[in-house]
Design a protein around this ligand. Structure first.
Ligand SMILES: [Zn+2]
Ligand SMILES: [Zn+2]
Length: 127
């Protein structure tokens, strides 16, 4: 029980200390910095349970592996780097984007993903 608690704490702390959504592999790596003995199966199980409990949210990007972020964040979008495949958080939104729906339609939500090169992959001098 106590071991399980420490594993869970390491996983949750890794998520909370990262400012972008993580893939299971990235989460595993980040959590292992806190608890090196952590196994992949444990991380996957924790992800499933944290999503079921509503603490963690799945970020689905078409054509990319699912990432996970803390649930309950303010409305935001994401930036996918096409070189390193990291997904970054983009705060804010475009005013009026929901009004792009055809006349007579009711918009219930939207997803916006920006694509390109992150600051590391851009490799262009100062950030
Ligand atoms: Zn990148
Ligand atoms: Zn938006």
């Amino acid at each position: 029980m106590e071991r399980q608690t420490r594993q869970r704490e390491a996983i949750c702390a890794a998520i909370e200390s990262c400012d972008r959504p993580l893939s299971p592999a990235e989460l595993c790596e980040a959590a292992r910095r806190r608890l090196p003995s952590l196994g992949v199966a444990t991380v996957y199980r924790a992800i499933r349970e944290l999503v079921a409990s509503g603490w963690l949210r799945i970020v689905e990007i078409p054509g990319a592996a699912a990432r996970y972020e803390r649930a309950g964040k303010p409305h935001h979008h994401h930036f996918l780097c096409r070189i390193c495949n990291a997904l970054w958080e983009v705060s804010g939104c475009l005013r009026g984007v929901d009004a792009l729906a055809p006349a007579g339609f009711v918009t219930e939500g939207h997803d916006i993903t920006l694509y390109g090169l992150c600051h590391d992959c851009r490799g262009a001098g100062p950030k």
